[in-house]
Design a protein around this ligand. Sequence first.
Ligand SMILES: Cc1cc2nc3c(=O)[nH]c(=O)nc-3n(C[C@H](O)[C@H](O)[C@H](O)COP(=O)(O)OP(=O)(O)OC[C@H]3O[C@@H](n4cnc5c(N)ncnc54)[C@H](O)[C@@H]3O)c2cc1C
Length: 575
Amino acid sequence: MAPKTPSKTLSTDILILGSGGAGLFAALHAHKANPQLSVTVAVKGLLGKCGCTRMVQGGYNVALAREDSIERHFMDTIEGGKWLPDQDLAWKLVVLAVERIKELENELGCFFDRNPDGTVHQKAFAGQTFDRTVHKGDLTGIEIINRLAEQVWARRIHRLEEHRAVEIIKTRAGDAVAGVLFIDMRTGEYVFVRAKAVLLATGGGPTMYKYHTPSGDKTCDGLAMALRAGLSLRDMEMVQFHPTGLLAGTHTRMTGTVLEEGLRGAGGYLLNGDKERFMPGYDPLAERATRDFVSRAMFSEIRKGKTTPNGGVYIAMSHLGPERVRKEFKGMVERCADCGFDLARGLVEVVPTAHYMMGGVEFTADCSTALPGLFVAGEDSGGVHGANRLGGNGVANSTVFGAVAGDTMAQWVLGKDFVEEDKIAVDAAVSRCEAPFKGRRGENLETLREALYDVMWEKVGIIRDATGLNQATEELQRIDAALDAASLPDMSRSFNLTWHDWLNLKSLVAVSQAITAAAIARRDSRGAHFRSDFPEAGPLEQSAFTSIDANLNVQMKPVRFTRVKPGQSLLKNVA
Ligand SMILES: Cc1cc2nc3c(=O)[nH]c(=O)nc-3n(C[C@H](O)[C@H](O)[C@H](O)COP(=O)(O)OP(=O)(O)OC[C@H]3O[C@@H](n4cnc5c(N)ncnc54)[C@H](O)[C@@H]3O)c2cc1C
């Protein structure tokens, strides 16, 4: 008999959804602020083994060098974001990144690469005016997440692993968060966790595109839950494509995985299928231009038919010296070798790959949202990066705001009691999750996934226009309806991965619809969003961001230039 109501109810002062950089930092900071609080990290995978922070390759942007400054880091972030970032959020990012990197090394046990004089080595990343990316070789995320996980394991912080959050549940009055409904993936049972404060840190993840980099556990669940909870999302049209996704054929899941930005930063060349270097013809910064420019140039070359055997372009590093490439990019050389490519001496096929969502839940600098008791940090949040995220600002964002959220939540819960959840909302969420157990056998989920991949890549990808976006809107409705009618071949609940795939696809389609609606509403081209029918950026002084709700209504809201206006710079007073 199928379980229809939560078979277990737990309580915790602070509930954190996700165990990436944002979730783990939030847990550590909340615990440090008040060790008496009960803090629980609930995660779809295994703590320390899932999410994208672990996958960070290149590194962490922070203004440490004497010749650099937080003002310079800030201006790079604003200009890279095409003047759409929320300036208070971006300022907080650059200021607290300095604190956080010191905490990572001095308190949490990370070792980053160093210069011969003992200072922290900082490498070049595209789109930045200073080499400020701190790293551990080219596999920085493993160092960060392993140390964070060890610290969490060593403390009295509770864990709910393989617990998938499916709904944010409010009070009966709908005026605050009461807790979160989960599926325990191991048994298939529903679990309700009552909490005074909830952090959404499920890390977004544009895995609805044919080529994508994020980990498979990321399917925009947090953003879909936030929409259903009545929160607005901003900048959803801004999906970043990383230029150098490995292209190794359709038979391997290595296709789409990322070859790090530092390859272009170090001087790597991009060559089309005719083995001609093309970037200098598109942008004076050539391969070191920001990701949006490079991805668009690659896509244009691909559309001209100048492709490699698998339909992409090449990256070439050998002119820098094979020994140097092997030494500086050991992980990348090995990854390419696994797929039959020699990065140090030969050419490697690459394609732009969906990497990061700049968009997310609207929030303020203390990580609170419009729903009392719900906080957000990391890739689930929107507004820090505007139209384009600089490489190296992603992990800085998740760790900086994760820690802020932990501090804020520890304060927020003081003196608060648990509140009763809206039981009707719990039942409705259970029914929603149960739907595929009751559907008639319709289209195969694999077919629907391929349809989603294709429509998002072709019509809502690197180059967009009204005709394609409107076609995408219809196709997404069709896919959603087909999902609603689909049924599962396997009725068991324990580790029923097809069931979870169905839930994944439901979240991805809901968020794809938000991306598409926001892309239709933005009638200009900024950063990651390029409309061939509206190719101009529009006046920067009138910059506005998209804000979308669950009914897919989009408002254009003016950007507040709280620190610097277009045409100005904070650098003029800085040595
Ligand atoms: C290959 C790759 C390389 C990258 N390299 C860099 C880099 O060099 N520099 C940089 O700054 N950024 C980089 N990034 C981006 C960076 O990884 C992210 O910006 C950042 O790590 C996101 O952190 P997060 O904590 O928000 O999310 P994540 O670290 O992705 O964690 C999300 C967590 O939420 C969990 N989760 C998801 N759904 C649910 C659910 N329904 N219920 C419960 N838990 C859930 C996941 O299992 C996971 O634990 C890279 C990303 C990728 C994919």
